[in-house]
Design a binder for this molecule. Structure first.
Ligand SMILES: [Fe+2]
Ligand SMILES: [Fe+2]
Length: 320
């Protein structure tokens, strides 16, 4: 069995701003939003409890689907790198960026480069491929019978917008990688920050080229899609040649209290096991309890995947 933890939207506390010049752009409104509202909900004590709980649960791998920062200050990227190091070594932790990590256009060296070791890939032969720029997506990591495919949907947008895009180039590579991993018979987990199903979120927060994502899944398939962005649990599915693909959004991992729209901090644990021709996945939810100051078990769902081979992959004798 292989266990993957999925957490998202940690929105680590924004450090002191180095000067007013850093805020003379979209960051000003984001900074005010953080100071007036968001910092009261995304709390360090929840993050501490999260780290403790992850140490106890000891998943084999941790996937973080973006929005580690708030306004993409260089100091926020450095702080997030230290936080990632507390989660575990790069071999055990994968990160992809969210829209808050591309709040304004920034040089690679002042932004995602600090997380590069958590975004590295490997070839099928196990050779490491360093992540050296914004274009180096999708990332592909193979861990036993599990493959992690990480995408970026994070792009700088205008004030008031939080939309995302994959772009044609990345989407084409994504489809190719899914096809290759399918031939290897791996359980493919796709990471994306924005919800990939149309209508899940408001248009100003949506994935503008979601049809490219759908096309890749419909033609090459995947076993599980994980996303963040909406700070709440969301569940949907997409069709693939092997059957339905669960698409699961997780709440923010640092929110201290629940509201009508968004729950308190949650994260998910996926226990993946190969069974016969398919897979079984036990999916556990852990939630922050403000009274005890600890994460507690909220529930378990079990999903079975019966692998349906596409017609062209069937041995001719099976078709008689
Ligand atoms: Fe977020
Ligand atoms: Fe987001």
């Amino acid at each position: 069995m292989y266990t993957v933890a999925h957490l998202s939207d940690v929105h680590l506390p924004t450090p002191p701003v180095p000067g007013i010049r850093a805020l003379l752009n979209k960051r000003l409104l984001g900074y005010l939003s953080w100071q007036l509202r968001r910092r009261h909900n995304h709390r360090p004590e929840v993050l501490d409890a999260l780290q403790r709980d992850l140490q106890i649960q000891a998943p084999d791998h941790i996937a973080v689907t973006g929005d580690l920062t708030n306004i993409s200050l260089p100091a926020e990227f450095r702080q997030a790198a230290k936080w990632l190091a507390q989660l575990g070594p790069p071999e055990r932790v994968t990160v992809i960026p969210g829209n808050h990590d591309a709040y304004i256009p920034l040089p690679w060296a002042e932004s995602w480069s600090h997380w590069a070791s958590y975004m590295g890939s490997e070839t099928a032969e196990g050779e490491s491929i360093a992540h050296t720029g914004f274009e180096d997506f999708p990332l592909v990591r193979r861990r036993g019978s599990v493959a992690i495919v990480g995408l970026t949907s994070a792009i700088p947008t205008k004030i008031g917008m939080a939309s995302g895009s994959l772009g044609k180039r990345q989407a084409a590579l994504f489809k190719d990688r899914l096809g290759e991993l399918d031939k290897e018979g791996l359980f493919r987990i796709v990471l994306i920050h924005h919800p990939p199903i149309a209508g899940t979120t408001k248009p100003r927060k949506s994935l503008v080229d979601g049809e490219l994502f759908h096309d890749a899944i419909e033609s090459a398939g995947a076993e599980l899609v994980l996303h963040g962005h909406d700070h709440r649990f969301e569940l949907g599915d997409l069709t693939s040649p092997h059957g339905p693909v669960p698409v699961v959004g997780v709440a923010s991992a640092s929110a201290v209290r629940g509201t009508e729209k968004t729950p308190a901090s949650q994260y998910h644990l996926y226990d993946i096991e190969r069974t016969g021709d398919g897979w079984t996945m036990g999916w556990r939810t852990r939630e922050f309890d403000a009274i005890s100051g600890r994460f507690t078990h909220l529930g378990t769902t079990t999903v079975s995947f019966q692998r349906v081979p596409p017609a062209e992959q069937l041995d001719p004798i099976d078709l008689i």
